[in-house]
Structures are given as C-alpha cells and as structure tokens.
Ligand binder design. Structure first.
Ligand code: SAH
Ligand code: MG
Length: 946
C-alpha cells in the first residue's frame, strides 16, 4: 500500500519554505553545507591597489541523492540555504502545490498509513515511531509488539493530519484521534489486533525471526540511563516533585514512565503534544481517562468533552499543556531519535517546569527575558525604546501567542493626519482609511508617503489557531513612529492579558469592563478556553474551579500588589552622595535576593544581578524595590527583608529548587534583599516630563499657545527661540488666521531641523497642508533674540517657549526689553520652567524620614535644574516679578497661566506662562529705531497660489 508524501500539510498552513519542501521529499538525505565567502574588492587607485575586505557572505551547497546545487551568496546563512533548496526544487520539478484529501480519501489513507506503520519495511526506516515498535517487540509476554495508540497519535505527523482532514475537531480534542485510529484499525482486523481496554495495536502475524533476533541483540549490555523528570500530581494539594527515571535501554521507556505513574505498562498512558521549544521532546505522560474512546457516530459537539473528563482533570497539567490532561502526569523530555536505535533525553527539573509555567504569562515572559525573575515586572508603560529593557512588547506578544498556540498576532496601521480643529487637549485626528496596511509580524511594512506630521495608529488582532478573531485592541493614540505605535499597543494588550491572567477569578462581566479601559474588544465568548487550559473546557463551572486553583497555586506573585507595605527593617548604609534617581531616570543596581531561615541558621542566595538597569516610574520592578531605590543615593547600599513568599517564582529562579522548596516550607522563612545603587542615568528634561504628563508637557505648551493664537485672530507671528520648529509646525495644522510666520534661533542645528520639518510639510506634502492653513509665508532666521533686527518688526504676536532659561538672567531681561520696546507685538507669550515644581519631577529624592524633617525650602534647594543647558530656573515669585516689572516698563498688561499641574495646587504649574498684552489705549506710541542688526535667512517658503 502506498502513502502520499504530501498529506501532512495542514489546511490553512502558510506556504512551506523551500527547505521544508525539500525536507518532505528527502528527509535527512538532504545535506546542507554552508561556507563563508569573503568578498575581496580591489580598490583601484592610480599606482596603488588595496584589497578591501567586504562583509562576510555565505554560500550553501545542498546535496541530494540525485543532484547537488549551489546557491548564490547571501548575508545570512539561512537565506543561502533557502536559496539552495529553491534551486533544487526547480531543477527536480517538485510539485509545490498541495491538495487536501477529502474526508473519504483521508479515511482510506489513514487505514493505509496504519497498515504501513506495522509493515516490516517500516521497521527498518528512519522514523521516530520505529524506536517504539522495536522497543515493544523486546517486551516479554502478552504485550510483546503492542504499541500504545497514543504513541502512534503523537509521533506520526501523518496520522495526525489525516485525522484532522476527517474531523477538524481533532485539533481541539486530542482524545478523538485515538478513537479515529481505533476505528481505522478495525478495518485491518485480518492483519492487526486492537485492545479497547489497553488502547494499543499489535500485528497478528509475527515479524520475521531474523528481525526479532537482531532487535534482541541491539542493546546487549545492561546499559541504563538516568533521566530527571517532574511529577505533576492530579491533586492540587500535593506539590510538584522531582522524580528520577532509571531506564535500561532494553526496556521500553514509556513502560518505565507508566511504572512511575503506578501502572504495569504503557498501554494506558497518554502523551501530550510537544511542549516548550519546538526542537525539544518535552511532553506530559499521563493516565488515560475512563472511558477514553469516543463514540464517533454520535459525536458530541466539541466542547462537551468536559462531561467525559469531569473529576479526572489534572488542573495544573492541563493549564501547563494547554490541553486536557487527566490523572497524575509526568513531565519528561525523552524520545527515540529518527535513527531509531538511539534514545534521546534531557533532564527536566522542577525549576524548568516553573520557568516554563512562568513563560505562559506576558509578565513571566518579560521576567525570563530579563533573567530577573524576583525583581523585574512587565512595565505598564513604554516611554521610549531607549529606556526599555528586556524583550520588547511586540516580541513578548508574539511569544505569548506561540505559547498559547494562537496565530501570529496581526498588526495593522492606520496612518492619519493631524487635522483642523482643537478638541480638548488632544489633537483631533482624521483617518485616511485607504492607507491601512495589514501586516503580519516579521514582514516589513511599506509605509505610505509619510511626512513628519503624519501619525500612526496601530491596531492588533489576536486570532485563534484557525484564524478566528478573539481580541481586537485599537486605541485612538497616534504615534509619530510606527515602531512606537506597535510597541505601545502591544504593551496594552500584554498588560490586559497579564492583569487578567493574574486574576482569572474575575467574573466575565468584569473581564469585559476592564477590557474596555484598554481599548480591547473581545470577540470570542470563550477567551479562557482559547488561550488557556484544555480546549474542551467550555464548561464555565469547571473553568471557575480550575482558575481558582490556578490562582492559588500559580499567581501568588500578584500578592505584592495587595500587601502594599511589605518592606521590613530597611537600612540604608553609606554616605549620602546626592545623586539620586527621579521619575524617568534609569538607576542601575546590583542586587541579591536570599532565602533566610533563622532557626536553621541558613541563608541561601536565590537571585543575584550585577548590573540591573530599569526605568523609574513605569512599574519595571516590583513596587517595593522601586520605593527603596528611590530613597537611595549612588554608592549607598540598602538591606531589607520581607515575609512575602512567591513559591513559584522562587522555584523558577533558584538553582537548587529542591533545597529551596524545603527552606520555603519552614515557618520562620524570610526573604532578604541587598541592593546597591551603582549609578543613575539622568533622564533628559523631556523624558522626565513625559514620565509625568500626558499629553507630554511640551505638547501642552504648544497647545496652550495655539489656543491663544486662535483667539487673538493675529495674522503674523514670530517664534523667538523656535528650536526645531515644533510650534510653527503645529500651527500649520490648525485653521488659524495666520498668514505669515517667522522663527528665530541661534542654534544652527535646531534651525536645520526646523527647516527639514517645515519643508517636508509645506513642500513635499503641500496639498494636504494647504487644505486648512491660511499661512502663505514662513521664514527662519538665524540670530540672537537679544539683538534688534528690523526684520522682526511688525508682527502681531510673539511666542517664546522655554527659551529664556537658556540665557543668562541679564540676557533674559534684555530680551524682554528689546522685544517689548522695539518689536512691540500685540501679544507676547513667554513660558519657562517653574523651579518649585522640580520637587514633584524629582520626587522622593530624600530618604523617607529625612524628607519629613526637611522643610520645603531645603528640599527645593536639593533640586537640580531640569536640563543641564538651563542657566536658571525661576520660582513663581521670581517669574512674576520679572514679568510684572517688564510689562510695567513697556505699557503692557500681563496675565499668568501655565501648563502641567494647576495654579491652585502647590507647587503650581510645571511650566509657568506669562501673557503680555499691549495696552490698546497707548496705541499711538511710535516704534523706536536703533542700530540695525541683520538676521540671516536660513530657509524660506512662500505660497505660490495665484
Ligand atoms: N521653543 C522651542 C525650543 C526651546 S529650547 C520649543 O519650545 O520647543 C531653547 C531654544 O532657545 C534653543 O533652540 C536655543 O538654541 C534657543 N536660544 C537660546 N538662547 C537664544 C538666543 N539668545 N537667541 C535665540 N535663540 C536662543
Ligand atoms: Mg528649557
């Protein structure tokens, strides 16, 4: 009988790579040899020739039985291999189209496949199943040659895919496959015997004697291997245990695992799918439920599986495996290699179990990626990529989906333009739907013409294995960079999933409510069973039981949110150096976490980290650790302890989990922390503000100014100290009455950035901008704003945002006088930091007790300026004094306002703003004339309409 080679291509599977196709056709007979190719360029100069090393490239030779081909050269090894495979496919004319068999064909093929597996020919080929058949043939007595059906079901992909063609429910209900194999085998009654009681298949006619004899001699020594495995008892009251399997190579290893589970032999053992890394052979071996076979003729609709399993489900193992596991289970990594004479194994420790368990939650994936399991937490905010440590949100999300056997998440982008009209403090956005780009992880995105003013909104879809939409997250926030959009939305989804997984006991209504806050819509009415546990767990009640148990056993770590104040006997040692972390900064600590049992006089170090850096204020570490670090200065060391135990986390972190578990069980066990603050990377001003304000303070300033400008009906504007042109650019997005705008700055760098931004907006993207701006000319001047230049005369409105503090105080005064006396704008808007607010920005700078003793003034004195380039930062009183005097000198009225914080709440606004308005009654005064200073024009744009 024949088997068709291409049958194991699953429906809806993405097209196979060339390598995969070669593998299907040639298996291990395909041999790839990759060699490095150094490209040497000869640089020709007159009379001189220097060989130049190019980048390292790779070429691959693919040897197949029939031919061998060589690829071109590639930067990546894998590209060279794929290319070689592609060439071979073309030369050999291999058909890459795949056809799914009909259920009827699949049924026939299934029978044929089973028949083939028990043929003599099969016993001699390279297939992982051969090892199993050979091992069962070495058994003495009745069970000689009886192969467990679960073994056939998990170690032969073809059987699995054929069963899926017959019945797609096989995917979500692994017990069905056993029934289908059983039914197909019934057709082969003349050739194969089955036993319903034992769930195994045996050949009726014995294999030829010579084959059997050679099998017996295969492992003649008493060679024995020792494999570490983990027992997950069905009862949650019993703890996870380390077990050791002693397997003589003459025996069938599944029999040994069965012994460990309290059975005679392998016949009633079921095997889970492969867990963990795709390359490993880590599986759960567990007890078959009774009854195990399903009535295929009157099959219950998928989901009623729970009825069969009631009572026997192993909650922890099911959660761990993402499929229904019954009875006690053994987690082991062992199997026969393709070269069927060898057994392959790896130790599975309790620690590995807990690490794999941790890897099932977004927070856990993050902790593992940082290798700081006891200290790090999945941050709740993504400020900038530069501050993010550990795996990026998008990568964590992809890993999470793989973990839970969901399809890769889909990211799509909606570029949109900032549009006319102010609404609240947020920019209103107009979506341009025709530009939506669907994009699957890893595939690069072709973005549409993207001017700097365009923002990206990212949307994420989580899909089940079969492509059904489960969850949609589509926040309204726009980001300038596509990457920021992806990372932020990914983090949103992750934060919600993390929160949800930590508190699965929440009733469903509440689940939906919380999702709303995260801009998440849930589409599956059964997200729990999609993401978690046995797919058949559709029974709400059972889910609730499962989840309760899980929360008890797995998510102890969330307790630290509940306990709040857990730090005991905190001591901070070492001299106070004055360098401290503040909101948004990146402290770097050295830490160790130990388990101490006083009665036994032991202290076991569980986790140490020499240089651990994290961003303050985003929840990147366990909250009480951040609290302690905020009280330290560089060079100091803190000691404290907690009573709070998270056994799962400790088990995942500790090297010797057995010893650790025994320590954890003693009553007077404490966790001791030792933390030294090595250094602190200061946040730039903007990042610090960003950490505290949303929208960022810089944006709020611009919006404040825009609002004033809109109300003023001014037609000309000059921005003093325009920097990179953020205000000028923003003004082009609003329907102001402005016709002419100018910017002045002394910084070449800032001006060239401004020119670039404005150019791309006005020149490259002129059509879009033209729709809502009345601006007809924009000009950028280079020069100091303390000089007088007649070019700057005659403007209605002047703005000067966060500039004066960059000049010496006398220069700031000079600027005020020059502007109000020579330029005399109708309105002048000046903003500058409020020094008193630094206490908030750089808060928790002093150790707790110290802070209480210090009076406000001393506290303020310890504050730094927000930016190293600031020459001064004024208190509210100083600013008011300066502005009032200035206004009085030049017949202006002045009003005070600000952004960030509030005028009525101490310490006032974060950014203070003075609004100077020229007194109308004194309109007749004449502009003074002085020695002219000429400003250089850096960039200029004029509307060419009409
Ligand atoms: N107004 C911008 C930039 C603020 S940064 C914004 O709000 O984003 C301060 C700017 O003031 C810098 O670009 C600096 O080059 C500029 N500046 C400092 N002293 C100046 C002077 N004497 N004349 C003109 N510009 C000055
Ligand atoms: Mg500044």
């Amino acid at each position: 009988m024949e088997t068709r080679e291409h049958l194991d291509v699953l429906p809806k599977k993405p097209t196979l790579t060339p390598k995969a196709i070669i593998h299907h056709n040639f298996g291990i007979k395909a041999c790839y040899v990759v060699e490095e190719v150094k490209e040497v360029h000869q640089i020709k100069c007159p009379g001189l020739s220097i060989p130049q090393m190019g980048p390292c490239l790779y070429r691959c030779t693919l040897q197949l039985p029939e031919l061998s081909v060589i690829s071109g050269t590639f930067k990546k090894k894998k590209d060279a291999e794929q290319s070689a495979a592609e060439i071979a496919i073309e030369k050999l004319g291999i058909c890459t189209e795949t056809v799914d068999p009909t259920p009827q064909e699949a049924q026939e093929n299934l029978v044929a496949r089973i028949c083939y597996i028990f043929s003599e020919k099969f016993l001699l080929c390279d297939h992982p199943l051969c090892g199993h058949i050979r091992a069962t043939l070495r058994r003495k007595g009745d069970l000689c040659g009886s192969v467990p059906i679960s073994v056939l079901a998990v170690y032969d992909v073809k059987l699995l895919s054929l069963c899926k063609c017959i019945d797609p429910d096989v995917e979500s209900n692994p017990f069905l496959i056993i029934s289908y194999i059983m039914r197909a085998t019934a057709n082969l009654y003349q050739y194969l015997a089955t036993s319903e009681r034992h769930l195994c298949i045996r050949r009726l006619s014995p294999y030829p004697q010579d084959i059997l004899e050679s099998l017996m001699n295969e492992h003649d020594s008493q060679e024995c291997i020792t494999v570490a495995a983990v027992r997950i008892p069905s009862s949650v009251e019993q703890s996870i245990e380390q077990v050791t399997l002693h397997i003589s190579l003459k025996e069938y290893y599944i029999d040994i695992i069965a012994h460990e589970l309290g059975f005679e032999d392998a016949t009633n053992i079921l095997i889970s799918r492969n867990l963990g890394k795709a390359s490993s052979e880590t599986r759960l071996f567990f007890t078959a439920p009774k009854p195990c076979l399903r009535d295929l003729s009157s099959k219950l609709p998928n989901g009623k599986e729970t009825l069969y399993l009631m009572g026997s489900v192993n909650v922890r193992a099911s959660y761990f495996a993402g499929q229904d596991i019954t009875g006690d289970a053994i987690l082991a990594s062992i199997g026969y290699t393709r070269k069927s004479r060898d057994i392959f194994y790896e130790d599975v420790t309790v620690r590995l179990y807990y690490r794999m368990l941790l890897g099932k939650t977004p927070g856990g994936i993050y902790k593992l990626s940082r290798e700081a399991i006891l200290v790090s937490e999945l941050p709740s905010r993504f400020t900038t990529r530069a501050n993010w440590r550990g795996s990026l949100p998008r990568d964590i999300l992809c890993m999470f989906c793989r973990q839970h056997r969901l399809s890769e998440p889909r990211f799509s982008f909606h570029p949109f333009k900032t549009s006319s009209g102010l609404s609240g403090s947020c920019l209103k956005v107009a979506e341009s739907d025709e530009n939506v780009i669907e994009h699957v992880n890893g595939v690069s995105v072709t973005s549409p013409k993207n001017s700097d003013s365009e923002l990206f909104k990212c949307e994420i879809k989580l899909l089940s294995r079969c492509g059904d939409l489960i969850l949609l997250c589509s926040p309204k926030d726009g980001y300038k960079k596509q990457n920021d959009a992806i990372q932020n939305v990914s983090l949103k989804v992750l934060s919600w999933l993390n929160m949800w997984l930590k508190s699965m006991i929440l009733p469903f209504e509440q689940l939906y409510e919380t999702a709303d806050d995260f801009n998440i819509q849930i589409f599956s009415n059964n997200i729990i069973s999609e993401i978690l546990a046995g797919q058949s767990a559709q029974n709400g009640e059972l889910n609730a039981i499962r989840c309760n148990k899980l929360v008890e056993s797995t998510y102890m770590n969330s307790l630290d949110d509940i306990l709040g104040n857990v730090v005991q006997s905190l001591k901070i040692e070492g001299p106070y150096s004055g360098v401290r972390p503040c909101n948004g900064s990146l402290p770097c600590i050295r830490y160790s976490v130990s388990l101490a049992v006083e009665s036994q006089n032991v202290k076991e170090v569980i986790e140490v980290y020499d240089e651990f850096e994290f961003e303050v204020g985003v929840g990147a570490v366990v909250s009480y650790i951040e609290e302690v670090v905020m009280q330290m200065s560089v060079g100091q060391c803190a000691y404290f302890s907690t009573n709070f135990l998270a056994p799962d986390l400790f088990s995942a972190s500790a090297g010797d989990s057995v010893k650790m578990l025994s320590l954890l069980s003693s009553k007077d066990c404490r966790i001791e922390y030792e933390i030294s603050l090595i250094k602190v990377a200061e946040p730039p001003e903007e990042r610090m503000e960003q950490a505290l304000f949303s929208p960022p303070l810089s944006k709020q300033r611009v919006e404040f100014a825009v609002q004033q400008i809109l109300e003023s009906h001014a037609t000309t504007l000059i921005d003093f100290g325009c920097g990179s042109g953020s205000l000028l650019e923003a003004l082009l997005n609003y329907p102001t009455s402005l016709e002419k705008m100018a910017g002045v700055d002394i910084s070449q760098k800032g001006l060239s950035r401004a020119a670039k931004v404005l150019n791309s907006k006005l020149v490259t993207n002129s059509d879009a901008v033209g729709q809502w701006t009345s601006v007809q000319s924009v000009i950028l001047y280079e020069g100091s704003i303390t000089n007088f230049g007649s070019q700057l005369q005659g403007f209605d409105i002047g703005t000067c945002l966060e500039v004066i503090e960059h000049m010496e105080e006398d220069q700031a005064c000079l600027f005020g006088d020059v502007t109000l006396s020579f330029f005399r704008p109708r309105i002048l808007i000046v903003s500058t930091p409020n020094f008193e607010y630094n206490v908030v920005l750089q808060k928790s700078n002093s150790p707790a007790q110290e802070q209480e003793e210090l009076d406000e003034k001393t506290l303020l004195q310890s504050c730094k300026f927000r930016n190293h380039d600031h020459k001064f930062e004024w208190t509210r009183a100083q600013f008011t004094q300066w502005a009032s005097d200035l206004a009085a000198r030049h017949n202006y009225k002045v009003e005070f306002s600000g952004v960030g914080g509030s005028a009525d709440v101490e310490p006032g606004y974060a950014s203070q703003i003075a609004l100077f308005k020229r007194d109308w009654k004194l309109e007749d005064d004449v502009l003074k004339r002085v020695d002219e200073h000429h400003y250089n024009v850096i960039w200029e744009w004029n509307c060419k309409k009409e």
